[in-house]
Design a protein around this ligand. Structure first.
Ligand SMILES: NC(=O)c1ccc[n+]([C@@H]2O[C@H](COP(=O)([O-])OP(=O)(O)OC[C@H]3O[C@@H](n4cnc5c(N)ncnc54)[C@H](OP(=O)(O)O)[C@@H]3O)[C@@H](O)[C@H]2O)c1
Length: 266
C-alpha cells in the first residue's frame, strides 16, 4: 500500500547535480510528481524545475508548497548546513511529511577542531551539523551517509592529471561508490516510511588516494610525478585511520575499474 504523502509531489533539491539528476530520473520512473529545485533560471525541460535559492531563501517557500517529501541533495564542497536550515524552516511552514538527506560517511567520526582541520576537512563537520538540523526539526526524516562518489573522484583525478606534479596525501584512503547506487537507495528511502539514520553505504573497495590517481593515469596512458604530502591535524589523522571508510558496509557493486574502463573508452 502506498503512503498518503506519496500522492503529493516530491521536491528534489540539487536535482540538477551529479547525484540529484540520477535521483530525479529514478523517481520519474517510479511514478510520483517530481519538482526539481535550481538556484539558476529554471529550465523548461518537462521535468518541473522550480527556481529557489537555498543561500538567500528566495523562492524556497513556493518550492516546498504542497510537497509531501523532500529529497535534499543540494550542497557544495563546503557542506550545506546553512542551506539545510533554510530548507527545513520552509519545510516546517509547508507541513512537509518526510525529509530525505544525503550525508557523508565519517560525518560523525572526523574531528574538525582547529583552523587546519576546518580548511581541509570542514565539510565533514558541516554535514554532521546539517544532520543535526534534520534531527531537531520535528519533521520525520531519513539520513543516508555514503562514501565519496566514483564520478566525483574521477573528476578530481582528471583535474589533478592536468598538472605535471600530483600532490599525494600519504595514507589517506577512499572507498568510492557509484553515484547511481546511492541514488537508488535514496529513492527507496523517499518512497518508504521515514527511517531516521539508516545504515551507511560504501563502494566495494578502498584505495589509497594515490592509487586512484595512478589507476586513472594508467587507464588514460599518462605518467605524472607524485609529491607525497603528509597532511597535518587531527582530521587528517582520522582520515588516515579510516574514519571516512565503511568496510562493514561495502555494499556497492559497480567498481572503480569499471568506471575507468568506460571513461578511458569515451
Ligand atoms: N560527491 C561526493 O562524493 C559525495 C559523497 C557523499 C555525499 N555527497 C553529498 O551529496 C550531495 C550531492 O552531491 P553532488 O556531488 O551531486 O553535488 P553537485 O553535483 O555539486 O550538485 C550540487 C547541487 O546543489 C545545488 N545548489 C547549489 N547551490 C544552491 C543554492 N544556493 N540553492 C539551491 N540549490 C543549490 C545545485 O543546483 P543548481 O546549480 O541548479 O542550483 C546542484 O544541483 C551533497 O549534499 C554532497 O555533500 C557527495
Amino acid at each position: 500500500m502506498s503512503l498518503p504523502i506519496l500522492s503529493l509531489p516530491i521536491l528534489v533539491t540539487g536535482g540538477t547535480g551529479r547525484l540529484g539528476t540520477q535521483v530525479v530520473a529514478r523517481l520519474l520512473g517510479a511514478g510520483p510528481t517530481v519538482r526539481v529545485l535550481t538556484h539558476r533560471r529554471a529550465a523548461n525541460d518537462g521535468v518541473g524545475q522550480v527556481q529557489g535559492d537555498l543561500t538567500t531563501g528566495a523562492g524556497i517557500d513556493a518550492a516546498v508548497s504542497g510537497v509531501g517529501t523532500v529529497v535534499h541533495c543540494a550542497g557544495s564542497a563546503k557542506g550545506d548546513e546553512a542551506m539545510t536550515r533554510t530548507l527545513v524552516a520552509a519545510a516546517h511552514r509547508a507541513g512537509v511529511g518526510h525529509l530525505v538527506y544525503i550525508s557523508v560517511v565519517g560525518a560523525d567520526r572526523v574531528p574538525v577542531i582547529g583552523r587546519l582541520d576546518r580548511m581541509a576537512f570542514g565539510y565533514f563537520a558541516a554535514k554532521r551539523a546539517a544532520e543535526r538540523v534534520l534531527e531537531s526539526s520535528g519533521i520525520p526524516y531519513s539520513i543516508l551517509r555514503a562514501t565519496q562518489f566514483q564520478e566525483s573522484m574521477l573528476a578530481v583525478a582528471r583535474q589533478l592529471a592536468k598538472s605535471p606534479l600530483v600532490p599525494a596525501p600519504t595514507g589517506s584512503r577512499f572507498q568510492p561508490i557509484a553515484v547511481d547506487e546511492v541514488a537508488a537507495r535514496l529513492v527507496e528511502l523517499a518512497l518508504g516510511e521515514p527511517a531516521g539514520l539508516v545504515e551507511e553505504m560504501g563502494g566495494p573497495t578502498a584505495y589509497l588516494s594515490s592509487e586512484l590517481v595512478r589507476s586513472y593515469l594508467a587507464a588514460t596512458h599518462r605518467r605524472r610525478l607524485f609529491i607525497p604530502l603528509r597532511m597535518p591535524g587531527g582530521a587528517a589523522a582520522a582520515i588516515r585511520a579510516g574514519a571516512n571508510l565503511t568496510p562493514a558496509h561495502a555494499v556497492g557493486v559497480q567498481t572503480w575499474e569499471g568506471l575507468l574502463a568506460s571513461a578511458a573508452g569515451s
